[in-house]
Design a protein around this ligand. Structure first.
Ligand code: ZN
Length: 254
């Protein structure tokens, strides 16, 4: 199949489905200018051991080191806008075809694009929590100030604020994961978008769909361990491919 045929086949599967679940990873946000920060070629890990800055242990030991490392990424997060792939998913939800977006991303771009039901397996950066008094605060102004000044965000008690995104060594938000799992179990089509499926337990969710006999579409730049089991694999830029799929189902089928 060439790419046009793959897109047509995806549109047929999406057109026939009624309860689609999408799962997204870093690849849906790289076209918005956010690097895949778990990947070795993102530049964020040059000369840095991930566990020495981005683990919860390192954060507690040396929050200044964490915030220094995250500063270039925070600027990109603050400036990023959703791209056509984010909007295509919001559009499918508005058509009542898509029930949920499960995401490994912390960048808030799905909600920004208008998606309503979003399960954020790795947390988010809309809020911060004080590591001393556990006060939770809305993050927008704090992050803006951090992007401008580079100063570590602190609570009025003097404690350091930690973004509500999951660091290495932290528990996933269990309620998000349970909701995501229920959405997958109720789905009649699962679309994986821009995820390399390398990070457990997010990588387990498509296997649940496959074990239930639910078709799975994978749209990603690179191969994944589930490509051989997926019903359809499309390699390429998700910001170009996904909107074409959604446009096709909106058009009369020939
Ligand atoms: Zn505090």
């Amino acid at each position: 199949m060439n790419i046009e045929q793959q897109i047509q086949r995806a549109a047929r599967l999406v057109g026939q489905a009624r309860t689609i679940v999408a799962m997204t990873g870093a690849g849906i946000s790289t076209p918005s200018g956010i690097p895949d920060f778990r990947s070795a070629d993102s530049g964020l890990w040059d000369n840095v051991d991930p566990l020495s800055v981005a683990s919860i242990h390192a954060f507690r030991q040396n929050p200044e080191g964490f915030y220094k490392w995250i500063h270039p990424l925070a600027r990109l997060l603050a400036e990023a806008e959703p791209n056509p792939a984010h909007y295509a998913l919001a559009n499918l939800e508005a058509q009542a075809k898509l029930t949920a977006v499960i995401t490994q991303n912390i960048d808030n771009l799905h909600r920004h694009a208008g998606s309503q039901t979003v399960y954020e397996l790795h947390g988010h950066v809309r809020e911060v929590t004080c590591t001393r008094c556990y006060r939770v605060e809305e993050a927008t102004d704090l992050f803006q100030r951090f992007v401008e000044t580079g100063e570590v965000p602190r609570c009025r008690c003097g404690g350091v604020f930690k973004p509500n995104a999951i660091l290495f060594g932290e528990q996933l938000p269990m309620n998000e994961f349970v909701s995501a799992r229920l959405a997958v179990e109720a789905a009649d089509l699962m679309i994986i978008i821009g995820s390399s499926l390398e990070v457990a337990p997010a990588s387990d969710l498509p296997e649940i769909a496959l074990d239930n006999g639910v078709p799975v579409i994978i749209i990603n730049q690179h191969s994944t361990f589930l490509d051989s089991r997926a019903d359809l694999v499309i390699r390429g830029n998700v910001a170009e491919i996904l909107p074409q799929v959604v446009d096709l189902i909106a058009a009369p089928q020939g």
